[in-house]
Design a protein around this ligand. Structure first.
Ligand SMILES: Cc1cc2nc3c(=O)[nH]c(=O)nc-3n(C[C@H](O)[C@H](O)[C@H](O)COP(=O)(O)OP(=O)(O)OC[C@H]3O[C@@H](n4cnc5c(N)ncnc54)[C@H](O)[C@@H]3O)c2cc1C
Length: 389
């Protein structure tokens, strides 16, 4: 029997397992990334990608704190695991005055090194390839802001966890049997594992299967991204491009995020642009999520995505474009749920709200401390992360 079992081998679960394995015997359960999303029959995740923006400045100081704590351990994780995942290229926010104000306040309150621009067009002095956004303002956050590779961050967490003795099994938990002194975890492979305490870090699938008696208040949303394939020379031209957030509507899209050129496992280099679209939908069941991830109509706004990318990078030399699909999991209060479900037995850490990749180490740590001590341990107010009553 294990002291701790973490269900969900994603960004939060892999971090939590690393912390828990410093305190007791730990099992981490979760399927690997599918080789082919379109034919995959099992569950999906929100981290199948090469780039997630990392930044301390946020419109909310709690998210800024979670990011800061996580960013502070990136280099230690990289050194110990010998896996590099952090690319400190900086991050730029472009928004109108009202939109930029909360970011400005958080940046100033927390003394995060940044530059403020009344006119976003002035960014062109540093980044000549950027489009002109004269009516908007901008903040440029310096390194260590930039982006992380979520797959490599998970690999690093797993590597360190394994060296601390964590057993990692590529299975899906389908049922929990809560007994007096232990919890039995039944998996889709008909295996049964036993642990004293369980942490659910199941992301978009928190309410799937027979893991929870009472469902969590979560909303899972379809998310669309577009990849622009660029040749090496174009990637070299854009080599100082930071990660970028644009708070503006363009056609049927808004809330853009842009990742600089990144090498993908298919050997190509892509610039990625994500956004909310007018066709985003709430995915209620596991079937809804799987249908979206396998064959959702993510091409619906391809021309609109191209138009927005042309505004951001007017001279971009792209060879081709394709779209990708993902899942975003929102909680009721906009922070992750990190809470106890059954005292000394069952805990949860889920609900990234589209922002948890960069902060996953700190979220995993908060959850691990709570599981280990069977009570909240941190100076941050637990009510911020509490499940709605
Ligand atoms: C397109 C896109 C762009 C994003 N951009 C950013 C960004 O720029 N910056 C940022 O900080 N965040 C970003 N995010 C958000 C970030 O990726 C998520 O917040 C993060 O992945 C959440 O981590 P998680 O561990 O909760 O979920 P996941 O990473 O999805 O991991 C959950 C894991 O649980 C497993 N699981 C579920 N159910 C079970 C079960 N029953 N048994 C076993 N395993 C199970 C799944 O297989 C999965 O591996 C983005 C998300 C998307 C979709």
């Amino acid at each position: 029997m294990y002291d701790f079992a973490v269900i969900g081998k994603g960004l939060i679960g892999s971090a939590a397992a690393r912390y828990l394995s410093q305190k007791g015997s730990t099992l981490l359960i979760g399927p690997d990334e599918p080789a082919n999303l379109e034919t995959h029959r099992g569950i999906f995740a929100s981290h199948y990608d090469q780039g997630r923006i990392t930044r301390e400045i946020a419109s909310d100081s709690v998210w800024a704190e979670l990011a800061r704590r996580s960013i502070d351990v990136y280099s230690e994780l990289e050194q110990q695991s010998q896996i590099s995942f952090h690319h400190p290229v900086g991050c730029v926010y472009i928004a109108n005055e009202a939109g930029i104000q909360p970011y400005k306040e958080v940046a100033n309150e927390r003394s995060v090194p940044h530059q403020f621009f009344d006119h976003a067009t002035d960014l062109q002095n540093d980044f000549p390839f950027l489009g002109s956004f004269d009516a908007l303002s901008a903040i440029s956050e310096e390194a260590p802001a930039g982006y992380i590779n979520p797959r490599d961050l998970i690999r690093a967490q797993l590597e360190l966890s394994r060296t601390q003795g964590t057993d990692i099994v590529a299975e899906t938990a389908i049922d929990l049997e809560i007994l007096k002194s232990k919890v039995k975890i039944h998996t889709g492979n008909d295996t049964v594992y036993e642990a004293k305490r369980i942490l659910l870090a199941t992301g978009a699938y928190a309410n799937a299967f027979n893991l929870l008696e009472k469902k969590l208040e979560l909303r899972v949303k379809s998310e669309t991204v577009m990849f622009a394939k660029v040749p090496e020379a174009e990637a070299a031209r854009l080599k100082t491009l930071p990660s970028l957030i644009l708070d503006k509507a363009i056609g049927y899209l808004d809330d853009f995020y842009l990742l600089p050129p990144i090498l993908y496992p298919d050997g190509n280099i892509y610039v990625k642009l994500g956004a909310n679209t007018a066709a985003d939908s709430t995915l209620v069941t596991s079937r809804d999520m799987a249908d979206w991830m396998r064959k959702g109509k993510s091409n619906m706004f391809l021309d609109n995505f191209k138009e927005a990318l042309a505004q951001l990078l007017p001279d971009l030399q792209a060879e081709s474009f394709h779209t990708g699909r993902c899942l975003i999991t929102y909680t009721k209060h906009g922070k992750p749920y990190i809470d106890e479900i059954l005292p000394k037995q069952l805990y949860v850490a889920t609900g990234g709200n589209g922002s948890a990749a960069k902060s996953s180490d700190a979220i995993g740590q908060l959850a691990a401390q709570m599981v280990e001590k069977a009570r909240w341990q941190d100076t941050l107010d637990p009510e911020l992360f509490a499940l709605p009553s």
